[in-house]
Design a protein around this ligand. Sequence first.
Ligand SMILES: Cc1ncc(C[n+]2csc(CCOP(=O)(O)OP(=O)(O)O)c2C)c(N)n1
Ligand SMILES: [Mg+2]
Length: 779
Amino acid sequence: MTTKTNNNTSNEMQMLELLESRLRWLSSWTVHNANHIREKRDGLKVGGHQASCSSMTAIMAALYFHALRPQDKVAVKPHAGPVLHAIHYLLGNQTQEKLERFRGLGGVQSYPSRTKDSIPVDFSTGSVGLGVAVTAFSSLMQDYLIAHGQLEESDAGRMIALMGDAELDEGNIYECLIEAYKHDIRNCWWVVDYNRQSLDSTTADRMFRRFDDIFETCGWRVVTLKYGKRQQAAFNKPGGKTLEQWIENCPNADFAALTYQGGKAWRKRLVKDIGNKPNVKKLLAGFDDDTLADLMTNLGGHCVETLSDAFDACDDDRPTLFIAYTVKGFGLPLAGHKDNHSGMMNPTQMDGYRKSLGIKRGSEWEAYGGMGDNAAAQLKAFVEDSALAQHRSEATAPTVAIPERFAVPAGDEQSTQAAFGKILLNLAKSGEEIGNRIVTTAPDVTQTTNLGAFVNQRGLFRRQEVADVFQQAQIPSAQKWSAHGAGQHIELGIAENNFFLMLTSMGLTAPHFGTRLLPVGTVYDPFIARGLDALNYGCYQDARFLLVGTPSGLTLGPEGGAHQSINTPLIGIGQPGLVYFEPAWADEVALMMRWAFDHMQQKDGSSTYLRLSTRSIAQIERDNDDWEADALKGAYWLRQPAEGAEAAIAFTGAIAPEVLQAYDSLVTDIPGLGLMNVTSPDLLHRGWSEQRASRWEGRDDSPCHAKRLLDQLSPDAGLITVLDGSPSALSWLGAVNGMKVSPLGTDRFGQTGDLPDLYNAYRINESAIIDAAAELFLA
Ligand SMILES: Cc1ncc(C[n+]2csc(CCOP(=O)(O)OP(=O)(O)O)c2C)c(N)n1
Ligand SMILES: [Mg+2]
């Protein structure tokens, strides 16, 4: 980037000002059209945020059309989504038809969405805070790729978040700041739309300058853009310093209220407060009411020149926070009102706004309407010449070859967690490309989730080398903990939000940087809930990774109720974009991991979640591989039922030994009893939903996998379902063919205990299964 500090040509600034006005109009009109013009069928408010948009139009004009380079990526404040669409409308990437359908089916989404919008969206946003923090992790991943020779340093872009000031209240921002400091991130900009208004109200004056301290402590440069050029010029006139001082001390709420009230109110208040100070009256007399209101709201975040200069001045890779002072609802009759978050201009106000821009009725969608032919042509040429207009389509990353089979770790007794660790280690040692593309991460649980062997083999990633002091001092330790540029594990502090955002960034390297990584993250299963919104966020934007939740369930035994996950199977079933498997044996783990690495690279693939256990159980003999295909569809018959059998047990995961014992006890009384291993309650349920959807839509309605398996039983057979988790994860199986079900599982908090005691107390042991079977037949 060439430094243009203080040298930005007045012509360019004029263009940016015109653009700002276009973006403000188009975003306002998009929201207005959807709420006041488009036909409504359901009486619901459509919604949209004109005030949040206009707060950011200058920031986005200056960023997108002055500072942004093709390799930069931006997360846009959710409520400024219509401004992003307006930008792409001007660039010719968005259609009027989609804008007209804003918030309607198939139209522009409420908040920028990578997967649902047709324009280029680098990061989805919506849940405030997450879209900001994810940029820090993506800048770290960019450095990872550079260090691994998978991206040229010269192709490094900035990861930029355009954020609302209330997003600074989200805790995940600070969790991220700490992690980002530890990893010495660079090439990250966060631009705060500092309108000092949230959804409910104006924000706390006490936080003034505190953000500077917090960010500077974490190594960020803080650039505050408080005053626009017109204000700065006024401050240099006689009496100007007094005016500047007055604004400095003005409480947020007062400033907002005066902005809403306009020029007359400003004058009255200023005269009252500082009118008797030297030269102030004369200074104020130089402005009529309208220009005085303009002057008072010419804050840094509304001045394209101030913004452009500031962006130009930060011509290095230091992480930077721009605090751009703004007015929420800038330039609209809503400006400054504390209730303006969801407020909208009424048709009369909108009409006045239209007229003030010289836009003819019926020409509202005209990209450059109302500005005169000359200006329109000039602005169009300016937009078309911009760096942004260069094609920015996302790269397609080549796939990484996955071996036909993953070797199954040897051992008569194994836990699924240990098998996972060994398989990863095998891949690390295999010499195959897959070993180089796997990247792992964990929130301070690397060792206790069995990632340690992989990390010993491949090292931790740091841009700057960090020696393992314990190893150098020859102090015996199982863990080699040295870090370097070639390392393939990104160790995180204990913050699950960061963990899921890290996985999100890892899982987006293919579309973002054209290089595919195979991310694997491990977390204690119950603490998935801690980062659940960030997990959902990653899945929503189709990031691809393998998530391992372990240890899980009551099966954790002595660790007790705070660590025993109960409802994660339901998360696994309910989370779109994530296929949940829960294996019982090591050979299943190998099969599912292979599938996950393949599936995460498929166009219509997804991420995978493995719920694993630390319980070491006897492995079973297999006669052949016939079970595998069904296991990958969600279930297989471990003991085939007799044709028309009267009952079956369906189970999931680490309680397999209890289930096998119960099976052996019951099979003499219930001849032909079936035993179904449900490897993925999620896939099984999805298949069932899909079958019904197919039927309604007149597509292929062949039976789903669950039905195909259950059709082997008598139509009035009974099912006993059992897992170490919420019973509802499996109890629905009865509904597939209208069978009676006797469901077992846990729906109370766990506690400390050994497995015989816990399985007995929570009724997931052999005798519970036998009782559940009896119940079916007694009923
Ligand atoms: C996690 C989350 N909680 C709540 C909301 C609802 N919400 C949307 S915007 C908003 C306030 C945003 O204020 P700010 O970030 O300052 O944006 P602006 O003033 O620019 O609209 C809230 C609470 C949300 N989108 N995400
Ligand atoms: Mg705000």
